[in-house]
Ligand binder design. Sequence first.
Ligand SMILES: [Zn+2]
Length: 511
Amino acid sequence: MNEPAPPRRVYVAGLSHETNSFSPMPTAIRNFEQDVCYRPTDPARREPALAFPGYGDAVSVVRDHGDLVIEGPFFWTQPSGPMPIALYESLCGDILSGLAAAGPVDMVVLNLHGAMMARGLSDCEGDLLARMRAQLGWAVPVGALLDLHGNVSPRMIESGAILIGVKEYPHIDYRERAEELYRVLCDMAAGAAHPVTTLLPVPVLSLQGTTEQPMRGLVDDLQQYERLDGILSVTLMHGFPWADGEHTGASVLVVSDGDREGAVLALAEEIASRFTDIVAGQPVERLGVTQAVDEALATSPGSGPVMIADSSDNPGGGAACDSTFLLQELVKRDVRNVAVGMIWDPQAATLAADAGVGACLPIRIGGKVGPMSGDPIDLDVEVLNVRSDARQRVFSDEPNDPLGLAVLLRAGGIEIVVNSHRQQVFSTECFSEMGVDLAAKSLVVVKSSQHFRASFDRLSRRTIYCDGPGTLTTDLEHLPYRSLGVTRRGAMFAVDRPVMASRFPKAGSNS
Ligand SMILES: [Zn+2]
């Protein structure tokens, strides 16, 4: 009888930041410490790391295979501006020194983003992966989970890392992608697969949800493509248009078993062409502030609220989360039976909490952080609720993401959630935990672009995407790009650069 194979030793770590070059929010160690800043020497910070999609999923997938997880650091903070280079060096250094301290490992699984930038370093993931490879040598398989909003560089694949991004936006498929990645790494470690990664940049900038057609069909087909002979994984990276770097844009990543040059390139080109056609067809209508409210009010009655996604002020893409454009419009029109959330304004939240439940007070909300946030709004409000223990769900069964100090304010027919912990609305708990009866509302405005749909779609009647002024405007032509040449081509935005596929390992090499 064969002895069972001993468990493999797998180092799991991560550094994930979606960097917005135009964000008014700086990125400091304080931000990571408020969100996720886990070093295994500090077990008190372990729970938020394990609850975070990607890192926690990777840890549990490795364990489920009966292998030994050697936990390395994991760092994540809300999207914001480029971090100081010293901060990047310090966090990257923690991951590399954790790997050195781990002793011999059989595999490495990382949770990265793909759109991380430091001041003076526009391709942090490429740098981190290259340094890891230099330290580790070429014998150990390395894999990284990416957010589909990452901008993939040739340097990233030249590190020999297997890169697999989530396919869904909302990003509900981290667990499945972690399993996919681990399968490839295990086959690679066992010599049962010889992965070759092909990267085909697609010079298109856009924001595409995957909940509706035609994107839904393309995502479903990605999984069909993976059934083709010799294809191990197919990722369509949408890219992150607000990171102003040399490699910003969409891309297709195909991991094949062995170099199947022509066939893989043809597949990548087919996916790229389908994606470009979808973007050019502009399936998502994005309305200005006035038109979005017009459209919401004109929606025929039915059960559940109409949703307006205040996409341009989504902190999940690096915006401040305190713009007032939609709130001003709703107040001006005296719209009733509305909920708005969550506006990030720690000062207003503290004032209202100090006044206490039942208090009526004049208060100034929002419009404080940057020129893209509009003016503050002065309202007479009643404090309906104060909580410091409310949490929302981030694609999880249990609420795991603290809202900080949160207050529910009523001004006329509008209920407003204001909180102290800057974050986008992922789940209905942002309102229901505060006592808002969402099902009874006729209109709900959320600071989010798309992730909220994973939780709200079962409740809402309709979703309207609003593209008001703000850091995350999709009117890319007017953003002050420096590294990218952005042009409008017909209905879509494109970057000016030739498209050439990179493949690793190169044909004929045997690394
Ligand atoms: Zn994303």
